[in-house]
Design a protein around this ligand. Sequence first.
Ligand code: PEP
Ligand code: MN
Length: 345
Amino acid sequence: MVVVMAPDATAEDVAHVVERVESVGGQAFVSQGVDRTIIGLIGDVDSFHGLNLRAMAGVAGVHRISDPFKLVSRQHHPDRSVVRVGKPGAQVSIGPETFTLIAGPCAVESAEQTSEAATMAKAAGAAMIRGGAFKPRTSPYAFQGLGVEGLEILARVGEDVGLPVVTEVVDARDVPMVCEYADMLQIGTRNMGNFGLLQAVGEVDKPVLLKRGMTATIEEWLMAAEYVAQRGNLEIVLCERGIRTHEPATRNTLDISAVPVVQADSHLPVIVDPSHAAGRRDLVVPLSRAAIGVGSDGVIVDVHPDPEVALCDGPQALHGTDLRALAQAVRQLPPMVGRSPAAPA
Ligand code: PEP
Ligand code: MN
């Protein structure tokens, strides 16, 4: 941390800051410039926060140099992590060497629909299947998901197609139950700041797919990941799914630059959800290509055997020609950026 003193700060003000820093075991290095004095602090940043240095006489500003997140930061873990999902022997690796396609229905609606969507996903090159059983909808009148029945269907379909499954958990009390069915727990955009839920998934032995809150900064998103990691679970994959902006042409604005920004700041894998970002089928393949090009570790997309009758997010679900175009993109483009398409081990 660096304390910048105001131009009119006195020698006593500077001495007082040094004294406070040393009182909590820190070291303070004073550097006197022509106009201003700067004090560099070395020691436990958390204990410096308690000093309320910003409020002291003569202090113009206090600036952090290291990341506020620690466990997920790349500063302390320079190698990018690989997160393994699924049962031993059939695991999928999400990380810097591979490109992972996750696909499936937005919501599990029935055994037939989920099975057909999973078969389509696998044929397109998916290494994992997605499907929501608990749907946190904007409207309380919209389809809320099949709940436990949906989890049973998803787990069975995953076994049938031989791929791990990811599904959303919306309530901390449901975490142990969802763990019985899912290979990976998804935290949706609306729950990124639900710290009780983040802590609950931090305490179980399942990888977590943490979506970015639709109004969250990258730092807030990484702090949410830190909540999970701090409880002991470092098997976290981040997912950029678009943020709220003034632009109404797409449901959200895909923040594609978040991918390399996150990869510079955190060792965690990061994937992109172009379906929920755009809300439009015609943009899913172009945005998936962009995700591959920018260095994303994967994409997660909605597919549906009959999008016109989908109970959730039909307008963005891929089928037919679009799905074939996606399959071609995930086969051809990752090798051009030094990755192999991920397949179950
Ligand atoms: C989803 O993936 O099913 C979903 C609801 O996404 P998000 O939380 O990003 O809106
Ligand atoms: Mn959806």
